[in-house]
Design a protein around this ligand. Structure first.
Ligand code: ADP
Ligand code: MG
Length: 295
């Protein structure tokens, strides 16, 4: 298998831009092929993870590529979208290890950007995981914290009343403060506004990865936008796109206004709600637009 690996490497070197990311056989390949953080690799080993599951084998090579730098030819082959829309959809049964499959790239992406930019503030909200229930969100936080141990990546579970950092807050219209009239006395006084902002900053929970239910985040967001978020992860996406959660989920998506946003969906079933959304997107994008990769 070592020989095989070398062959793969040699082949990849021959081509200027390899069509497909390098195949994965074990978690220890992640370091050599994708240069993942040593600490992250150690944490995986510590948890006893050695052989990636099928959904991990399929998704990690794609999602560990920096941002959207998936080779365009490969993108066409894989129908990996490079415009706004669902970038990736994995359908794999319950218990198949989808959590690791989205947490590893989320954590590694943050570490990679941090390593490349010394000026970056220590904690920037870069990834949001949305899950339909608090119990599931709690499990994801726990799993994420074990993986991120010693990396400095902060994973936080959203709570009612918690403030998270937002950017480009919408100034006119019905923000909740205006609706409740609480900033009336700040009207016309720049200093007051500044003080107000400073106070808000103080109580903001610093986080790199936020794990939340749709309702908890939507209640906080209102008209705020999340400019810094690079990864929006919908776990149990079939449920999140159900009529019950759909509006909140789509609201969160539209609040993530970064041009570099990567939206990934994870589900145990294809489900009509996902299918519906995918079809809507395809229609909206016309026939020359690529579809969504399925794993
Ligand atoms: P899913 O979200 O697909 O239903 P989970 O992410 O909850 O599945 O994973 C199910 C269980 O499998 C968890 O206990 C997890 O720790 C374990 N697991 C995940 N990936 C691996 C792996 N590569 N090797 C061994 N166990 C794994
Ligand atoms: Mg799951």
């Amino acid at each position: 298998s070592k020989k095989k690996k070398e062959e793969v490497k040699a082949k990849a070197k021959d081509v200027k831009k390899p069509l497909f990311p390098q195949p994965l056989t074990s978690f220890s390949d992640l370091r050599s092929a994708y240069n993942i953080s040593t600490r992250l690799e150690e944490n995986l080993a510590k948890q006893g993870y050695r052989i990636p599951t099928e959904v991990q084998l399929g998704s990690l090579p794609l999602l560990l590529q920096p941002d959207r730098a998936i080779p365009s030819t490969a993108a066409e082959e894989l129908h990996f979208t490079t415009k706004s829309g669902i970038d990736f959809l994995a359908v794999a049964p319950t218990g198949s290890g989808k959590t690791l499959a989205f947490l590893i790239p989320a954590i590694n992406g943050i570490l990679r950007r941090r390593a490349g930019d010394a000026t970056q503030k220590e904690h920037v909200l870069e990834a949001i995981v949305v899950a339909p229930t608090r119990e599931l969100a709690h499990q994801i936080v726990n799993e994420g914290r074990k993986l991120a141990q010693g990396t400095g990546v902060k994973i936080v579970g959203m709570k009612r009343g918690m403030q998270i950092p937002t950017e480009g807050q919408v100034e006119d219209g019905a923000s909740d403060e205006e609706a409740s009239g609480s900033d009336q006395e700040a009207d016309g006084s720049e200093d007051e506004v500044k003080k107000d902002e400073a106070q808000k900053q103080m109580t903001t929970t610093k986080t790199d990865i936020l794990v939340t239910t749709p309702m908890l985040l939507q209640n906080f967001l209102k008209s705020r936008i999340l400019l810094t978020v690079k990864a929006l992860i919908l776990d149990e996406a079939d449920v999140l796109l159900d009529p019950l959660f759909r509006e909140q989920t789509l609201g969160i998506w539209s609040a993530c206004t970064s041009q570099h946003l990567r939206l990934t969906c994870w589900s145990a079933t294809m489900g009509s709600s996902i299918e519906g959304l995918v079809l809507e997107q395809l229609k909206a994008r016309e026939s020359d637009q690529p579809s969504v990769p399925l794993i």
